[in-house]
Design a binder for this molecule. Structure first.
Ligand SMILES: Nc1ncnc2c1ncn2[C@@H]1O[C@H](COP(=O)(O)OP(=O)(O)OP(=O)(O)O)[C@@H](O)[C@H]1O
Ligand SMILES: [Mg+2]
Length: 398
């Protein structure tokens, strides 16, 4: 809470672990700023309109009397404590153009590392009223991220106050909730989202995958399994199917079979109908048949051809980083096992690595290599079993 008193610079950044109290502390300071800042409009920005409402406006509305906050979402404006507040989402490079020409007395931002750098820089340029200040929060990212390299690491030379939080700094979270968060964020994500460290995504991605433990011919459960499947589809690239068995929706999950077709090896591309014939043959080996088969949403021609057959095809959730994090946490918790016959999948899990070139630019990206089996596994597990965006429910206000 000392951060509220010390956030008196032109730039004030709260960075660190999830659920650590950054938003609460920074918004208390920002509400105070709204009441005392130089006259003029201010701006509130978040990655999306949804996060702007949920993470910022709803919180302010829960504190202030109804007469002190009026939001007009259609117009993208609000009146808060008698001041005009522009609302902006910073979700792509174009959003920066929306800021041009505005003169601001202050601004507040959420999830800053997810913003295009151009948006952040343009926003700072708009804070031209004397005494104007920026307040914002973020989770850590790569140490080479522009916000870390050009701002946090240069706090001494800039008019900038930075406040760092780890999850253990928030005394209002129950031990059970902290334990649940630790299970969800493992490895790289543990260091970033629990400890609040700026660490690089380097080396092998699934360092939690241990073939001596996670590759097993024996199902990790008893009882009759249910099935789901994932497809990564390519015309000139390989096409892969993975089948996953489970008895309980919370896991463990067991990748029991794979089908891998590489046109470069056979020197022949398969038609969509041939792919679907292969898929039908693949799922006929599963008893009971899969409840759902998740496919890459970009495989439009395949889904059109599949409509003519009664296959339970569904579009996969293909958010790469969220999916990778989910699989990583499953291996860490010993909730995901692979049958030895899934040899391509095992090889790819061992080799799957972060791209060092992207990391130099502060971006987390897997190296583009043979990853079709991993993608198929990710599609079906994430789409069928992972919680939607926001993962764990937020704790109730205390
Ligand atoms: N001083 C406080 N008094 C009461 N509750 C608090 C306090 N600080 C934090 N909390 C509670 O802790 C939870 C997490 O706080 P907050 O939303 O500020 O975290 P955050 O660091 O912004 O997290 P994220 O990175 O996930 O956005 C909130 O639900 C809030 O109710
Ligand atoms: Mg927050």
């Amino acid at each position: 809470m000392h951060s509220i008193l010390r956030a008196t610079k032109r730039l004030n950044l709260w960075h660190g672990a999830v659920r650590s109290g950054k938003t609460v502390a920074s918004l208390i300071r920002f509400a105070e700023y709204l009441a005392t800042a130089p006259p003029g409009p201010v701006l509130i920005a978040a990655k999306t309109e949804r996060s702007l409402k949920r993470n910022i406006l709803d919180v302010l509305a829960s504190w202030l009397p109804p007469s002190a906050i009026r939001v007009n979402y259609g117009k993208g404006e609000a009146q808060i404590l008698g001041r005009t507040v522009y609302l902006a989402s910073a979700n792509d490079e174009r959003s920066e153009t929306k800021l041009r020409g505005v003169t601001l007395a202050g601004a507040y931002g959420d999830e800053i590392t997810t913003w295009p750098e151009s948006f952040f820089r343009q926003l700072l340029a708009r804070l031209s009223i004397p005494g104007a200040a920026f307040f914002g929060t973020t989770n850590p990212d790569s140490p080479r991220h522009w916000l870390k390299r050009d701002f946090l690491d240069r706090a001494n030379t800039l008019d900038l106050a930075a406040f760092h939080f780890s999850l253990f700094d928030n005394p209002y979270l129950s031990p059970a909730y902290i334990e649940a968060l630790k299970r969800e964020y493992t490895g790289l994500w543990y260091r970033r989202y629990i400890l609040g460290q700026w660490v690089a995504a380097e080396g092998v991605i699934f360092d939690s995958f241990d073939p001596s433990r996670h590759v097993t011919p024996i199902p990790p459960f008893t009882g009759n399994p249910r099935h789901v499947a994932g497809i990564d589809y390519g015309t000139s690239n390989p096409t892969c199917f993975i089948a996953v068995a489970y008895t309980h929706p919370q896991g463990p999950y067991y990748a029991i079979a794979e089908h891998y077709y590489d046109p470069a090896k056979t020197l022949r591309q398969r038609t969509d109908e041939e792919h679907l014939d292969a898929l039908q043959a693949f799922i006929q080996t599963l008893h009971p048949p899969p409840e759902a088969i998740y496919f890459d949403p970009s495989a439009a021609s395949l889904s059109a051809a599949a409509l003519r057959r009664s296959l339970p095809l569904r579009k996969a959730d293909n958010r790469v980083l969220e999916g990778i994090r989910f699989l990583h946490s499953l291996f860490t918790q010993d909730k995901l096992f692979i049958h030895p016959s899934c040899q391509t999948l095992i090889d790819q899990l061992v080799c799957y690595s972060w791209d060092p070139k992207a990391q130099e630019k502060g971006e987390d990206k897997p190296l583009k290599q043979d990853d079709h089996s991993v993608d198929s596994l990710r599609y079906c597990l994430v789409s069928h079993f992972s919680r939607p965006l926001g993962t764990l429910p937020k704790p109730k206000a205390l």
